[in-house]
Design a protein around this ligand. Sequence first.
Ligand code: TYM
Length: 327
Amino acid sequence: RPTFLSGIQPSGRPHLGNYFGAIRQHVDSLNEPGDHFFFIADYHALTTIRDAASLRTNVRDIAATYFALGMDPARASFFRQSDVPEVTEISWLLATCTGMGLLERAHSYKDKIANGIKPSVGLFTYPVLMAADILAYDSTVVPVGKDQVQHVEMTQDMATHFNTRFGEVFVRPEARLPVRDDMAKVPGLDGQKMSKSYGNDVWLFESGKPLKKAIGRISTDSREPSEPKNPDELVLVDFLKLFLGDEELQDWRARILAGGESAPGYGHLKVRLAEAMDEHFAAPRAKYEELMGDPAELDRMLLKGAEKARERAVKVLDRARMACGLR
Ligand code: TYM
């Protein structure tokens, strides 16, 4: 029986990359038999957020977003990472079996250093805590976007190192990517990977004027609409792909490719994109607004979600403590 698990950092409002790469997969996985654990990685977010009020707001924001998008507390444990403190102890046990070299090879760490961030020890050992998150629940399937695959592979390595030393304690997990490649790595407004840290992201519930403004920032060039273009080169088309049905998308592509009189200008495509996105999220956006109006209820739902998760983590931690001689 598979165990699905994944997490998201409450480091700001979730964006379209989080939605297509992760949240949607998480909600869809509820239709597959197995146990389901999804959590808000607040311990991880402390590596970037240093303000208690923002962290609390962000956690509720993510919770309301997930519930609005169909996360069902009756079928999944949806909880806050820090409500299962056992993971921090597991992370210590794993740290003692993990070579510095493994962590030094982490892309996301190297990217942050390259961008001039002065790393804390916590940022460096981030993948060990993430491995603990995954291994604490005997997870077998970890649905994530492409940028997290290396972290799941590192988790496999850490589990193997621990098991080789102390016996079969941890279960080996596998990453699962969205089937569509453009959803596994959603582009940002500038065509690079969408990411909060690049400032090229769009909040998934953005609407109205701010949405038009955001979409206005999608990179284009100064070519005339009548000039034939390869639609595959346009970031704008990558965005449209995420929201339009196949038939409509093929029609736009053909007209862009052909150029001439009936070819759409970039402005025209942007209007259509704003409309399609607004519509796609209309119902969950309303639900989200409603849920955000009752923070106490969100907190209560998260605590309830942690109960089953914690039960499982306590068992796994016990097994690990026994194996390495702590008991
Ligand atoms: P985070 O919070 O950066 O992102 C949450 C999820 O969104 C996916 N994602 C994307 N997918 C497609 N295109 C994009 N542009 C894009 N940007 C982000 C991420 O791949 C991720 O699935 N370390 C994790 C949180 C975490 C975790 C875990 C995940 C902590 N413990 C255990 C899985 C299992 C992170 O920072 O994700």
